[in-house]
Design a protein. Structure first.
Length: 263
């Protein structure tokens, strides 16, 4: 199991205290949550991917299946609030990227272009979006979800196919800076399928609701639109930013930005 992005910075920023309550709203493979528990914190983990919940280590952490957009209601239903700290990490886990068979990574050509984090309970897949959105709707989606992407050119070229490979081939054929563009194409589709911007807005508001005065909220974003949502929300709340850290040199963490706020 790999070390989570900005691992030490998150633990230091949350100031874990023995018997303090912490919610990891994006549990993933559980690296952050287990470390918090090992420091003596009581942890409630939440994950939208039922496979991740099924594989979780429940000896140290209580893990439930749910959407971090509903973090406040879940914490209340579990009798787990108010809390000392909340972590929201908007990235996918390495398990999801490598072994989900849902087409999250452009590196797995024969996987179906699915991208539903919550599995089949979500009705629309990334392939459905490509095949049912109009060219203008696709162009608008690429612009909205992955800034500075040549939306019109891509939309005109991409209206076919249902596997990772077909989309990768299209990007290559139109001569875009292949890897950079591919990352943003897959980002835009995943965000659309899973309503991620709406989830972020609801999740950070819910995190604020359940956090004690003086408690901390740690948020890891991976691209400029996510980070902008977080910054605008924090300004609106008048929150003090305790920490801002950028990810390291590994490919999976270069774009990561950690912001920690104190309520």
């Amino acid at each position: 199991m790999h070390t989570p992005v900005l691992f030490n910075e998150v633990l230091e920023g949350l100031r874990v205290i023995p018997q303090g309550k912490y919610v990891d709203g994006t549990y993933g493979q559980g690296g952050h949550a287990r470390a918090i528990a090992q420091k003596g914190g009581m942890v409630l983990g939440i994950d939208l991917d039922a496979d991740q919940v099924h594989k979780s280590d429940k000896d140290l952490v209580r893990v439930v299946h749910g959407n971090y957009a509903d973090i406040a209601q879940i914490a209340k239903d579990e009798g787990f609030y108010p809390v000392e700290g909340v972590l929201l990490d908007f990235g996918l886990s390495m398990e999801q990227l490598s072994h989900s068979n849902r087409g999250f990574s452009y590196k797995h050509g024969q996987e179906p272009l699915d991208m539903r984090i919550n599995g089949k309970s979500e009705h629309i897949t990334a392939a459905d979006i490509i095949n049912t959105y109009s060219r203008q709707e696709l162009a608008d989606m690429f612009s909205r979800n992955a800034e500075q992407l040549g939306g019109n050119t891509l939309a005109n070229a991409i209206k076919s196919g249902g596997t990772v490979a077909t989309v990768a081939d299209v990007v290559d054929r139109i001569g875009s800076e292949s890897e950079s563009t591919l990352k943003r194409v897959f980002q835009a589709l995943r965000i659309e399928v899973n309503h991620e911007f709406d989830n972020i807005k609801a999740g950070i508001e819910g995190a604020y609701e359940i956090t004690k005065v003086g408690g901390r909220i740690a948020i890891i974003s991976f691209h400029s639109v996510e980070d902008r949502i977080v910054k605008q929300w924090a300004r609106g709340k008048g929150l003090k930013e305790i920490t801002k850290k950028k990810g390291g040199t590994h490919a999976f963490e270069r774009s990561a930005v950690l912001r920690i706020y104190e309520k």
